[in-house]
Design a protein around this ligand. Sequence first.
Ligand SMILES: NC(=O)c1ccc[n+]([C@@H]2O[C@H](COP(=O)([O-])OP(=O)(O)OC[C@H]3O[C@@H](n4cnc5c(N)ncnc54)[C@H](O)[C@@H]3O)[C@@H](O)[C@H]2O)c1
Ligand SMILES: [Zn+2]
Length: 342
Amino acid sequence: MNNKAAVMYGTRDVRVEEREVPEPGPKEVLVEIRAVGVCGSDVHYYEEGRIGSFIVEEPMILGHESMGTVVGLGGEATRHKEGDRVTLEPGIPDGTCRECRAGRYNLCPNVRFFATPPIDGAFANYVAIHEDFAFALPETLSDDAGALMEPLSVGIWANRKAGTKAGDHVLVTGAGPIGLVSLQVALAEGATQVTVTDVAPERLEMARKMGATRTMNVAEEPLEEAGIEADSLIECSGNPTALGDGIRSLRPAGTAVVVGMGPNEETSVPLAFVQTREIWVTGTFRYANTYPAAIELAATGKVDLDALVTSRFDLDHAADALQASRKDAGNVKPMVVPNAGA
Ligand SMILES: NC(=O)c1ccc[n+]([C@@H]2O[C@H](COP(=O)([O-])OP(=O)(O)OC[C@H]3O[C@@H](n4cnc5c(N)ncnc54)[C@H](O)[C@@H]3O)[C@@H](O)[C@H]2O)c1
Ligand SMILES: [Zn+2]
């Protein structure tokens, strides 16, 4: 077996090379990767070499939205068998710290997360992962959909934090992949109005196709003038204006969920508005215990992940995949498709 991998050596420097096929540990499975989504964080590492305090200092393999086929088992791995199609939850917590024991394993300070320095990701033919973080996929789901359980998990977690329930009006700011899955999950949870904002018409068009009851191009029509009174805001743009205007569009006691990561460590929020209306403001960091729900939502057709996919590249063209959404705002979700036979 050859293990071809797209390895990032520095900013805008990704080289395709042969790596050792990983040896699965006792409780690990070896997975032949079939599809990997390109995430905005991969693009940030590729262009800037860092995200906040995470800095790529050694060559690292990008990609953390992945699925594949089990092709090997560690000596004590019993959960899967060879040939199973699985989606990979890319963050492995230590399982013993205070946060893990409280069930908040996404906040584990010792988590090892794919494609977050110094941990390698999945732009490769083979990856080894703890069997508990590989989840069986139904035959009916495509490889692309299997890989996109990861961003879908972000949307599920955001809606859990928002407390989305039947009849709600949810405001989603930003119609990138995260905003689009948050929209679909809100509808699946019974929200009857989902307003989606963006500044890119192509993305608002995708939001309408995915069921948004109202879309607004905030470059042309300011959110503040729309008179919205939403139950919750799911902020998925990272834009400070979207956060402030979004909070001011909440009804009293509404909830603001900050998913988007802005360029600055700090930003201002309309504090008097938050205070006098008892607005709840919370962040989200990745997700915990979402993969079974993600697979169910996709398998039952309540969420359409294939509709997000806009282009495909092989491993040799991983660098092009990393630039695709920059070149064309309509290219929402490029996929890398490693092929072990190639
Ligand atoms: N909290 C988490 O765990 C987590 C996980 C994944 C991604 N994220 C963050 O979520 C955000 C969304 O991710 P993505 O992959 O969809 O990114 P993306 O860049 O594809 O999407 C952001 C969208 O926001 C739009 N936008 C820009 N200014 C806007 C404004 N003023 N109002 C409304 N929309 C505006 C952009 O046109 C774009 O379509 C990013 O900031 C990302 O870093 C957070
Ligand atoms: Zn922990």
